[in-house]
Design a protein around this ligand. Structure first.
Ligand code: PEP
Length: 251
């Protein structure tokens, strides 16, 4: 009942011509994946060019970040309306790299998520524990805090379109994937927290993606877990063959 989502986070990679080349190679390889929602997140500057390139395909566009004000004296920022205007339908919020290098907090995640929803962008809200937190036995505590603070003052009706991404920080870009059991345990916990916040029905409808070194070789195992509804993919989304191999996990 939950349509799987496979989203590629291109991070700070791909110029306009490289991005167009990647989409050109990817689109024919994923066109048969009717049961999967496919999203790619290029850098801001590439969104308008890719908008044309993905039209008529089953690929949607996400931005990698958003600011919470619509306009004003906020040098360097990009608003929800501007992202929509550039062709994005989704936006990644609170990625661990933004938390680690750019001062993103649960409070800013909350402001950005509210602004994205108000601006009709679908937020992909990222949460996840560090290795230190996992080793200290604090994984669930961290996930619960990130969810509750990141979703403060968002009602069940407003929350409905939100996609949650569980990305254990120790598994991002490291080649270390959480085991299927570790990932499932965290996803089931997250769904339980969402049920507490918004009721079981909303929680059961929410797509919760796993992120952290997902590859064509490990996607099937992860996707066979009851509470894993897709993947947020970094490194393996930068090549058409490997991303298509993940998107086509059902084949
Ligand atoms: C990510 O950037 O969200 C990610 C999960 O990266 P990778 O797949 O490279 O670990």
């Amino acid at each position: 009942m939950r349509k799987p989502v496979i989203a590629g986070n291109w991070k700070l990679f791909k110029t306009k011509s490289e991005a167009l080349e990647l989409i050109e190679a990817l689109a024919p390889q994923v066109k048969g994946a009717a049961g999967v929602e496919i999203i790619v997140a290029p850098v801001f500057t590439v969104l308008p060019s890719l908008h044309g390139a993905v039209s008529g395909t089953n690929i949607a566009l996400a931005a990698q970040d958003v600011f919470w004000e619509e306009e004003g004296a906020f040098t360097g920022e990009v608003s929800p309306g501007m992202l929509l205007d550039a062709g994005a339908s989704h936006v990644i919020i609170g990625h661990s790299e933004r938390r680690q290098y750019f001062g993103e907090t649960d409070a800013t995640v909350n402001k950005k998520t509210k602004a994205a929803l108000k601006g009709a962008l679908v937020p992909i809200v990222c949460i996840g524990e560090t290795l230190q937190a996992r080793e200290a036995g604090d994984t669930f505590k961290v996930l619960e805090t990130q969810l509750k603070e990141g979703l403060t003052e968002i009602t069940a009706a407003q929350f409905a379109p939100v996609i949650v991404a569980y990305e254990p920080v120790w598994a991002i870009g490291t080649g270390k994937t959480a085991s299927d059991e570790q990932a499932q345990e965290a996803h089931a916990f997250i769904r339980g927290v969402l049920a507490g916040l918004y009721g079981q029905e909303t929680a059961d409808k929410t797509r919760i993606l796993y992120g952290g070194s997902v590859k064509p070789e490990n996607v099937k195992g992860l996707m066979s877990c009851a509470d894993i509804d897709g993947a947020l993919v970094g490194g393996a989304s930068l090549k058409a063959d490997s991303f298509a191999g993940i998107v086509n996990f059902q084949q």
